[in-house]
Design a protein around this ligand. Structure first.
Ligand SMILES: NC(=O)C1=CN([C@@H]2O[C@H](COP(=O)(O)OP(=O)(O)OC[C@H]3O[C@@H](n4cnc5c(N)ncnc54)[C@H](O)[C@@H]3O)[C@@H](O)[C@H]2O)C=CC1
Ligand SMILES: O=C([O-])CC(=O)C(=O)O
Length: 273
């Protein structure tokens, strides 16, 4: 006997920028088992105009109005909005896809809330690679995880860490190391830039034992992340060179990672950890 079809997962998107708009378009084009039901945006009129080309336009609502309408929300907004977006969904035992992964470290109560209600926080691989291998290695013993991020100057300007430490990068002619520390420190100093390092640390040995260097490189056009892992099961190193999207801080692959993650939620065949 064939089981009855499940109702589609009702999906809301909070933040209609470089990531949100592309994910909205993909959902509108069709991701099996998923249905876009609403979005939230700062400028609601502009968002409605951007959505008018969808086959099935959806309402643009306040953040607080999303939860009653949806089973899952995709947070792709400025990091400061993470608690406002995630908390109602988690309190109701629902799921949240989190792009502003760095902000999870400042709001660890969200993870505790998900534990209590059996909700779920899903951090997609985003602009990074290899979290499947890092997760597998973490089931054994990981000795070290190192990450080196190199970004074009325009992908870093304005970061609070640079302002606070009076580091001027606009006119540099050579690559300059601007940070050497941990993902926990970077999440505060580079909230719009180093979500990837926090995602890596959550998959591996945590935000205090992972090490991170950030370089501003005037010759680069791509956001480049290199990861090196030493574990009792394997040693591996990986590099990704991200082509920036319409937002120079965000690689094009980020939205595609979210789309792949959504496709996996109801897929008959799941590949990768
Ligand atoms: N985990 C990862 O691998 C990556 C994470 N990110 C993070 O994902 C998030 C989204 O990135 P992008 O789409 O590039 O950013 P974006 O700046 O292009 O879009 C964010 C959108 O949120 C909107 N917004 C602002 N206030 C709002 C409010 N009160 N209600 C609803 N919407 C509001 C803005 O108008 C903007 O359209 C950022 O936090 C970014 O740092 C970005 C790249 C990779
Ligand atoms: O590489 C990118 O495109 C984005 C990035 O570093 C991040 O948000 O963590």
């Amino acid at each position: 006997m064939i089981a009855l079809a499940k109702p589609p997962l009702r999906i809301a998107i909070a933040g209609l920028g470089a990531v949100g708009l592309q994910v909205a378009r993909a959902l509108d084009a069709g991701i099996p088992g998923c249905e876009l039901v609403a979005v939230s945006a700062r400028d609601r009129e502009a968002a409605a105009a951007r959505l008018s080309t969808l086959r099935r336009p959806v309402p643009v609502l306040e953040i607080a109005a999303l939860e009653p309408m949806a089973d899952l929300v995709i947070e792709c907004a400025p990091a400061a909005l993470l608690p406002e977006i995630a908390e109602p969904f988690l309190a109701a035992g629902k799921s949240v896809v989190v792009l502003s992964a760095g902000a999870l470290l400042q709001h660890e109560m969200l993870i505790e809330l998900a534990r209590q209600t059996e909700g779920q926080i899903i951090v997609p691989t985003g602009a990074l690679l290899g979290l499947d291998a890092v997760l597998a290695a973490a089931e054994g013993e990981i000795r070290a995880v190192r990450m080196v991020t190199r970004k074009p100057v325009r992908g870093l300007v304005g970061a609070p860490y640079l302002v606070e430490h009076n580091i001027a990068i606009d006119d540099i002619r050579e690559p300059l190391r601007i940070f050497n520390g941990t993902p926990r420190e970077a999440a505060v100093g580079f909230p719009a830039n180093l979500n990837v390092a926090v995602a890596l640390s959550l998959a591996g040995i945590g935000p205090d034992r992972t090490t991170l260097e950030i370089w501003a490189d005037p010759a680069l056009t791509r956001n480049t992340h290199r990861i090196e892992v030493e574990a009792d099961s394997a040693s591996f190193s990986m590099t990704i060179e991200n082509i920036p999207s319409e937002n120079p801080k965000t690689g094009k692959i980020t939205a595609l990672s979210v789309i792949a993650c959504l496709r996996k939620l109801r897929a008959p065949l799941r590949v990768g950890t």
